[in-house]
Design a protein around this ligand. Structure first.
Ligand SMILES: [Fe+2]
Length: 247
């Protein structure tokens, strides 16, 4: 266990988290909720949720659970949450829509910092004004500043993935922009071709897609060392425009 109070353990593609404390504040997202709110496209995901529901990701509230982060959260006014995103398809079939988070937009003008602690995943960003959509690969140890103009969601990689999200407490989550709508493009895996497919969602018209990779890398220690600088940029995204990924 390191000084931050948690450890990431991996067996094959599956990750489990070990914490210094027994009482950890967390919540989990079930496939049935994603299907009920129509934030996914794959028809097999709908069939699968009816047969057997499953947890597709878990969110651990470090700022409410671990001593180090409790202090940091109080001092900075920010949440420090880790998302454990499962790998594979929503339906559990070899091919199909990849597991993803529900997605949201911030209610207030506040940015968010994502840092990939373990393995890799993708992030989808959608700007409602320009109708531009970005799907970015996030390798292990990469980080990205998410500008508040974007709807954002994480999409699974080949193995379970762990992402730390740092966001001002007053940012707010607006899920209603995604509910019964989804995102402009949904990422599917085609196992026969060993390729990703970007499926356009008919709920959105005139949208464009850009695929890219995030290259900025860091470490948890380095990120937390600069937390006061980052805090200013997250609370006031205008001053930190150059650090945000804008497409
Ligand atoms: Fe967010």
């Amino acid at each position: 266990m390191d000084r931050f109070g948690f450890e990431i353990l991996q067996t094959k593609r599956k990750i489990s988290l070990k914490f210094q404390q027994k009482r950890i504040v967390f919540w989990e997202r079930k496939l049935s909720k994603m299907v009920k709110d129509k934030v996914v496209l794959d028809p097999y995901a709908f069939k699968s949720a009816k047969k057997r529901d499953k947890t597709i990701y878990l969110v651990y509230k470090l700022g409410e659970s671990l001593e180090y982060f409790k202090r940091l959260s109080e001092k900075t006014g920010m949440h420090f949450d880790i998302t454990l995103l499962r790998s594979g398809t929503l339906s559990g079939r070899a091919s199909g829509e990849l597991i993803c988070t529900y997605g949201h937009k911030h209610e207030e003008n506040r940015g968010e910092l994502y840092f990939v602690l373990k393995n890799e995943c993708m992030i989808e960003l959608y700007d409602e004004t320009s109708r531009e959509t970005l799907v970015l690969s996030l390798p292990e140890r990469s980080y990205i500043f998410i500008h508040p103009k974007f709807f954002h969601r994480l999409i699974a990689g080949k193995e379970d993935c762990v992402v730390l999200g740092i966001v001002p407490k007053d940012a707010g989550h607006d899920y209603s922009v995604v509910k019964n709508k989804g995102f402009p493009f949904h990422v599917f895996y085609d196992s026969k071709r060993g390729m990703l497919k970007y499926v356009h969602n008919p709920n959105f018209s005139g949208v464009s897609l850009l695929i890219d990779k995030v290259l900025s890398k860091s470490s948890l220690t380095a990120i937390l060392k600069r937390i006061n600088t980052f805090r200013k940029l997250l609370f006031n995204p205008k001053t930190g425009r150059s650090i945000y990924y804008l497409g």
